[in-house]
Design a binder for this molecule. Structure first.
Ligand code: T1G
Length: 657
C-alpha cells in the first residue's frame, strides 16, 4: 500500500484525500459552504505536511465538495478563542510548499477561500466559479493575505476595486484580471491534476514573491477618494485603501499590518453589527410554520397598476425570468405603463446592467392589457394601484372572478389593512401583502404581510417569489404601517417632539447623517413630499386622542404650501434647487413652542440620536410583543434596507443593546 493510500485512510471529515497519479487531491467537505473551520484547517495542514514528505506525491490539488469551493473563514468562530493552526499559517504552508499546489475552484471562492487560492501556485476554475473578498461587508479587511497577494497578482487599482467593493467576479472576469490562470473546458479536477503534474519539478510562481505592479498615482488617489466618500465613516473601507495602496512594501510587513488590522476590526462594534446583519438575513428566511410547506408554482405574474411602483415591480419580475402581464384601467394607461417599463429596461441596457439579449428576452415576456380576463394565466397577481381601500377591494373582487383558483393575490398597500382587502374576496386564504419599496426594481426589501387568513403555502409562495426577484423578504403581521412604517412613524414623532423641545430640522438631520444615515429625516421628507402624510393625518384627526402629545408644525408647513422639494420649500428652502435652512421654518417652530409654552433647550448630537434610537427600539419592542415581527433582526433588516438605517450600526434593535 502506498504511503499516500495509507495516509488517506487516516484523514477524517470534513476533508477527504485521494491520490491521483502522484497528485494528492484534497476535498474540503464542510457543509453548508466549506468554511475554513478549525477542523478544515487542521486537516489541510496534515495533508500538506504529508504531501511535502511523501515521495509518492508530486503535487497537490485543493477543491471543495458541492457547489462551493470555500465560502470563507468560519464567521461563527469570530469572537471565540483562536484555534491553531490559523488560516494564515495554513496559507503560508501552501505557498511555501516545494511541490505545486493547484486550486480547483468548483464554485464560489470568497474571503479566506480566495485568499487560500491566491497562495496556491496555480488556479483552475469551472465556468460557474466566482471569486471575491467580501470582508468589508462584514466590517473587516481580508485577514489572510488578500490585501497583499491580490494586488501582486492583478495590480493595485483592480485589487482596490474588488476588495473595497466586496463584489464578486465571475470566472471570465477573474481570468481576464489574472486572478485565475485557466477555466476548465472539461472536467475541473482532471484539468487541475493535469496542471499540477505539468508544474511538478518546475519553478513555482509564489504570489507573495511577486511585486504589485505600480499604477498611476493619480488614478489610485481618485479611486481611493471615491471609496472613502462612499464609506460614510465606516472603518473597514479606509483600512482596505491603506493596506492595498501600500502593498508595494515588503510582503511580510504588509501581512503583519493586515493581520493586526483584521484582528482589531473583527472585534469592533461595527463588525459585530455587520455580522448581526449577515446572520439576520439568513434567519429572516426561516419562517415558523413553513419549514415543510411547498410554495405554489408561479411562472406568470400579473401586475395591476403600472405607475411608478407597478412598473418597478414589473422590471424586477422580468429580471427574474417571469412572464409579466400588466393591467391598467384603460388601453392608453396600459400602453403608458408598458412604455414606462421599457424605458426602465432601456436605462439598464444603456448603463450596461443589461445586454441586448437580456433586454429582448424581457421585452418578449411583457404584455399589457386593460381587460381583467387577460390575467387568467397568472399564478400570482400583485396590485399597485392607488392606496385607497375602495379601489383595492373592488379590484380584488374583480380578480377573484378571473384568476386561476390556485392563484395568489398580493396587495402592495403600505398603510391600508390587508385583512379588509382579503375579506372582500371569496378566498381570503390566497391573499397576502407584498409591500415593495420605491424604486421597486432597485430597493431590496419586501415586507411580506401574513394576513389573518393567509394560507401557509400562500405565504411560502410570496416568500419564494420575493427571493426569486432577488429581494430580501421579511415577514410581518398586520398592523398600521407594518414593521417599517410603524417604526418610521415613531421615529418621526420623536423627531417632531425634539423640534418642539428646542432642536431644529438641520440639527436633527446633521446628527443622523453623522451617525451614518445617507440623508436626514427632514431632508428625506422634503424629497418624498409632505402632502401624502398630511392627508393621512387629516383623515385621522377626528379619531386622534387629545391626551396624546401631537406636534402641529408639519401641518402648519403644509397649510403654508410648503410640500417639499418639488414645491421649492418644505422643512428647508431650495433656492436654485439647493437645500438651505429657512428662517421661516425656524419662526414656525418657535411659534409652535410659544403656543404650548415650551421653553426650548439645546440638544447635543448624542442626545438627539439617543432619543431617536430609543423611540425606534421601543416601537420595535412593541412589535415583538404584539407578534407582528418575529425577531429583532427582522426589524433591523427592514430599517436598514427600507429606511436608510446604516447597516454598520446594525439597525435600531441591535444599536439599542
Ligand atoms: N462562515 C460561517 N457560516 C457561513 C459562512 C461563513 N463564512 N457563509 C455562509 N454561512 C452559513 C450561513 O449562515 C447559512 O447558515 C448557510 O451557511 C448558508 O448560507 C480571513 C476572516 C457562500 C455565497 O463573507 O456570501 O473569510 O442559516 O444562505 O445563498 O479574510 O453564504 O443555513 O444556518 O448564504 O448558498 C468571508 C459569506 C468571511 C461569504 C453561499 N466570506 N457567505 O450563499 O447560502 S470572512 C463571506 C456568503 C473571511 C478572511 C476572513 C454566502 C455564500 P444557516 P447562505 P447561499
Amino acid at each position: 500500500m502506498s504511503e499516500t493510500t495509507a495516509f488517506s485512510s487516516t484523514v477524517s471529515a470534513p476533508n477527504s484525500v485521494k491520490a491521483s497519479n502522484g497528485i494528492l487531491v484534497v476535498t474540503i467537505d464542510n457543509a453548508p459552504v466549506n468554511a475554513t473551520s478549525a477542523d478544515v484547517r487542521t486537516g489541510l495542514e496534515r495533508a500538506l505536511s504529508h504531501a511535502e514528505a511523501a515521495a509518492d506525491v508530486t503535487g497537490v490539488v485543493i477543491t471543495g465538495a458541492g457547489k462551493t469551493f470555500i465560502g470563507g473563514a468560519d464567521i461563527k468562530e469570530f469572537g471565540k478563542p483562536a484555534v491553531e493552526p490559523t488560516l494564515p499559517a495554513v496559507i503560508e504552508k501552501i505557498e511555501a510548499l516545494s511541490k505545486p499546489v493547484v486550486a480547483a475552484l468548483n464554485g464560489v471562492a470568497l474571503g479566506g477561500g480566495l485568499e487560500l487560492a491566491l497562495s496556491c501556485h496555480y488556479r483552475v476554475a469551472s465556468a460557474a466559479a466566482q471569486v471575491g473578498l467580501p470582508e468589508v461587508k462584514l466590517g473587516i479587511v481580508p485577514g489572510a493575505g488578500g490585501t497583499q497577494r491580490l494586488p501582486r497578482l492583478i495590480g493595485i487599482p483592480a485589487a482596490l476595486d474588488l476588495i473595497a467593493s466586496g463584489r464578486s467576479a465571475k470566472a471570465e472576469e477573474a481570468l481576464s484580471l489574472g486572478i485565475i490562470d485557466e477555466i476548465a473546458s472539461g472536467d475541473l479536477l482532471e484539468a487541475a491534476v493535469s496542471a499540477a503534474r505539468k508544474l511538478a519539478g518546475k519553478p513555482l510562481r509564489r504570489t507573495g514573491e511577486l511585486t504589485a505592479a505600480t499604477a498611476d498615482p493619480a488614478e489610485i488617489k481618485k479611486a481611493s477618494a471615491k471609496i472613502l466618500a462612499k464609506s460614510r465613516g465606516q472603518k473597514a473601507p479606509a483600512e482596505v485603501v491603506r493596506l492595498v495602496t501600500s502593498s508595494t512594501r515588503p510582503f511580510a510587513e504588509g501581512l503583519a499590518d493586515e493581520r493586526a488590522t483584521f484582528l482589531a476590526l473583527r472585534d469592533s462594534r461595527e463588525a459585530a453589527a455587520l455580522r448581526h446583519v449577515f446572520f439576520a438575513e439568513r434567519e429572516a428566511s426561516k419562517v415558523e410554520g413553513l419549514e415543510s410547506v411547498e410554495a405554489r408554482p408561479v411562472s406568470t405574474i400579473g401586475i395591476c397598476g403600472l405607475g411608478l411602483m407597478g412598473s418597478g415591480i414589473a422590471v424586477a419580475a422580468l429580471g427574474a425570468g417571469y412572464t409579466v402581464i400588466g393591467l391598467d384601467q384603460t388601453p392608453e394607461a396600459a400602453e403608458k405603463g408598458r412604455e414606462r417599463i421599457i424605458d426602465l429596461l432601456e436605462r439598464n441596457l444603456a448603463s450596461g446592467r443589461l445586454d441586448q439579449t437580456g433586454f429582448e428576452a424581457r421585452k418578449a415576456k411583457l404584455s399589457v392589457t386593460a381587460s381583467d380576463a387577460d390575467l387568467a394565466p397568472c399564478g400570482l397577481v400583485i396590485e399597485a394601484v392607488f392606496d385607497d381601500l375602495a379601489v383595492k377591494t373592488d379590484l380584488f373582487r374583480r380578480l377573484d372572478k378571473v384568476v386561476r383558483p390556485d392563484a395568489v393575490l398580493a396587495t402592495n398597500t403600505s398603510y391600508l389593512n390587508p385583512d379588509e382587502i382579503a375579506a372582500a374576496t371569496a378566498y381570503p386564504g390566497r391573499v397576502l401583502g407584498m409591500h415593495f419599496f420605491s424604486p421597486a426594481h432597485v430597493m431590496r426589501l419586501v415586507e411580506v404581510v401574513r394576513c389573518a387568513k393567509t394560507a401557509p403555502d400562500v405565504l411560502a409562495t410570496g416568500l419564494a417569489v420575493a427571493r426569486k426577484l432577488r429581494k430580501l423578504p421579511v415577514v410581518t403581521g398586520v398592523t398600521e404601517g407594518f414593521i417599517g412604517n410603524r417604526i418610521f412613524s415613531a421615529y418621526r414623532r420623536e423627531a417632531e417632539f425634539l423640534l418642539e423641545d428646542g432642536a431644529l430640522p438641520h440639527e436633527i438631520d446633521a446628527a443622523l447623517e453623522d451617525y451614518g444615515f445617507p440623508m436626514g429625516l427632514f431632508a428625506v421628507y422634503d424629497m418624498a413630499g409632505l402632502e401624502i402624510a398630511w392627508a393621512r393625518r387629516k383623515r385621522q384627526a377626528a379619531a386622534r386622542d387629545p391626551s396624546i402629545r401631537y406636534v402641529e408644525i408639519a401641518d402648519t408647513l403644509c397649510e403654508a404650501g410648503r410640500f417639499g422639494q418639488k414645491a421649492g420649500r418644505g422643512w428647508y428652502a431650495y433656492p436654485e434647487g439647493k437645500k438651505a435652512i429657512d428662517p421661516e421654518v425656524t419662526a414656525i417652530i418657535e411659534a409652535a413652542r410659544a403656543k404650548k409654552g415650551i421653553t426650548p433647550r439645546t440638544f447635543s448630537k448624542d442626545e438627539i440620536l439617543r432619543r431617536l434610537l430609543d423611540a425606534m427600539a421601543a416601537e420595535g419592542e412593541a412589535l415583538l410583543a404584539e407578534g407582528i415581527a418575529a425577531r429583532p433582526g427582522d426589524i433591523d433588516l427592514v430599517m436598514i434596507n427600507g429606511y436608510g438605517f446604516p447597516a454598520y450600526k446594525g439597525g435600531p434593535m441591535f444599536a439599542s443593546n
